[in-house]
Ligand binder design. Structure first.
Ligand code: FMN
Length: 187
């Protein structure tokens, strides 16, 4: 099956965004894909802020994206947009670094009022990076992901259902792209 990278722009490990990321990873792995999660905040902060392309950690993360057939861009909504953490990594991608990849935006916000942040803030950036195949995206409000006492997360039925549908679509497209890539390589 294909390769999928989940870019997570959460600022802390306790963020409910990680509930959405963990669920997505599990479902995509169950579908047979190789899934890598890039937790951007765990990359060296100075390398991100100073756009240090010579950093080994940055090179490894960029290589995962380059190799992927599908990319989930997961971010909390901060100030009516995606988080600054997310942008530090997007800024490091090559000019057409998302060409020929299927993109799935995945946002969580405190309010539904910023639902369109996916469309007006993230999508133009993804398009500038060469992405032409953008799936609709999933937006959850905080109430869609409950933090449990043991540190795990419980997703609401509504979020599970919407996320499962979006992931199934991503999975199908990635399987199609990766099988096409293989036949080109073989042929
Ligand atoms: C600095 C900051 C700015 C935020 N700005 C917004 C915003 O503009 N719109 C919104 O819906 N939520 C906003 N939120 C709320 C978060 O998107 C959301 O509640 C959070 O990512 C999920 O909470 P958690 O990370 O604490 O689990 C903001 C949160 C912070 C910390």
């Amino acid at each position: 099956m294909g390769k999928i990278v989940i870019l997570s722009g959460a600022t802390n490990s306790g963020s409910r965004l990680n509930g959405l990321v963990g669920y997505s990873r599990e479902r995509l792995e169950q579908a047979g894909h190789e899934v890598n999660v890039i937790d951007i905040a765990e990359l060296p902060a100075e390398d991100l802020i100073r756009a240090n392309w010579n950093s080994e950690a940055i090179k490894q993360a960029l290589a995962l994206v380059e190799d992927a057939d599908g990319v989930v861009v997961a971010s909390p909504v901060y100030k009516a947009s995606y988080s600054g953490v997310t942008k530090t990594f997007l800024d490091l991608l090559p000019q057409k670094g998302l060409e020929r990849k299927v993109l799935l935006p995945l946002f969580i916000g405190g309010s539904i009022a910023h639902l369109l942040a996916i469309d007006y803030a993230l999508k133009p950036v993804l398009a500038a990076l060469g992405a032409t195949y953008l799936l609709g995206g999933v937006y959850s409000v905080d109430q869609g992901v409950q933090r449990q006492e043991d540190g795990t997360f419980e997703l609401s039925d509504d979020i599970k259902s919407r996320l499962t549908n979006a992931l199934a679509q991503l999975s199908g497209e990635v399987a199609f792209i990766s099988s096409g890539t293989q036949s080109i390589k073989v042929g």
